[in-house]
Write a protein that binds this ligand. Structure first.
Ligand SMILES: C[S@@+](CC[C@H](N)C(=O)[O-])C[C@H]1O[C@@H](n2cnc3c(N)ncnc32)[C@H](O)[C@@H]1O
Length: 349
């Protein structure tokens, strides 16, 4: 007998208990132990092709992060131990690039990098290095820095729709004849803490993202900081995009519909940043291009350009890596692409 698909199992769940919150559907689609997009398939799934993340563009992003870590480590008085928790580490690419950049905090032996990743196949690909440790959930150590690149967009979210009566949560109901799960409204949610928007507006509600932020803020050492890199905008701005803020990424290209064949594509939301900042005011909120410039991306690119000019005739690996920096910087600083992502920073209280 053919194994039951995730869609069949979700249909059965809905038949048993009634329509389910979008966050329950997304949790299963991304992280179901047998069929989730991130947990199944030997870890091959992820953002590839047109949807590279900043660490996957190349090592430059990690080199800039290394410079930022050095500055925070120096500000903290160069302690013997400097703990970084990287949440949603994927296959560990950012840790690899930071190590490759040889920041002082690493060379001094102070850096302890914990790559936190809930997907087993992704965790299996983490680098083996004395400064790096893998974890599946919140580690016991108290970090100096928490980093999360494109994590919050990937935490299960709910959807609320503004009706004439007020904000209602959307629920996922059984599949129709076309094989697509259907959407229904729950009752009006009087507790919805959302802006007053026009009828039919649909917005993401990121309770899991808020809970994650509250949890990591509580783990920080004195003087520690949380740094979130992601794409998004405030809730009211997202509402103007219709459902355009809900994105699906297919591992090998092609069309996808989030309510068809759960587990076959990534499902993400543009992050409604105001739902994070209302929890606690960040000390800084910047565009990603500005943040990267503040932490020295232009100097790194210039150094790469000089190295390429001096050693292009040799054409060795170092020369090619130096040339690649220029291309990586173009992608990271693209004002209509990753440059417009946002970086939010919170400090320990
Ligand atoms: C879009 S990927 C980003 C990976 C990496 N940070 C990058 O920028 O390339 C998001 C990752 O977060 C992981 N993830 C989601 N929820 C998590 C959680 N609660 N704890 C740890 N990892 C999580 C997913 O499994 C996935 O690998």
């Amino acid at each position: 007998m053919a194994a039951e698909s995730l869609a069949d199992r979700l249909d059965q769940l809905i038949a048993d208990i009634g329509p389910i919150p979008v966050s329950v559907y997304v949790e299963a689609a991304l992280y179901d132990a047998d069929a989730g997009f991130y947990t199944a398939g030997g870890g091959q799934a992820g953002r590839r092709g047109d949807f590279l993340t900043a660490p996957e563009v190349g090592p430059l992003f990690g080199h800039v992060i290394g410079r930022a870590l050095d500055s925070w480590w120096r500000d903290a008085g160069e302690p013997d131990s400097f703990i970084v928790h990287e949440w949603g580490a994927g296959p560990g690419t950012l840790a690899r690039s930071v190590i490759d950049g040889e920041p002082e905090v690493l060379v001094s032996g102070a850096l302890q990098w914990v790559a936190i990743e809930r997907s087993d196949p992704q965790r299996d690909r983490h680098p083996e290095h004395p400064a790096v440790r893998s974890a599946a959930t919140l580690p016991a150590t108290s970090p100096n820095v928490v980093l999360a690149n494109e994590l919050v967009d990937n935490l299960p979210f709910d959807i609320h729709e503004r009706t004439a009566e007020g904000w209602c949560q959307l629920l996922v109901d059984e599949r129709g004849d076309d094989g697509r799960f259907t959407e229904v409204h729950d009752e009006v949610d009087p507790a919805a803490n959302l802006p007053d928007l026009a009828t039919r507006a649909r917005v993401p509600v990121i309770n899991a993202g808020r809970e994650w932020l509250a949890d990591v803020l509580a783990t920080l050492q004195g003087g520690g900081r949380v740094v979130v890199f992601d794409y998004g905008a405030d809730t009211a701005v997202l509402a103007a995009r219709g459902l355009g803020w809900l994105r699906t990424h297919v591992a090998h290209g092609g069309e996808s519909d989030w309510l068809v064949a759960p587990g076959s594509c990534d499902i993400t939301t543009d992050v409604p940043f105001d739902q994070l900042t209302s929890l606690r005011d960040p000390v800084a909120r910047s565009r990603q291009d500005d943040w990267l410039r503040r932490h020295g991306i232009d100097e790194l690119v210039e150094a790469g350009r000089r190295q390429w000019e001096e050693s292009a005739s040799v054409g060795d690996l170092a020369a090619l890596k130096a040339r690649s920096r220029v291309r990586e910087a173009d992608a990271l600083l693209d004002p209509d692409g990753m440059g417009q992502f946002e970086v939010l920073e919170w400090l320990a209280e």
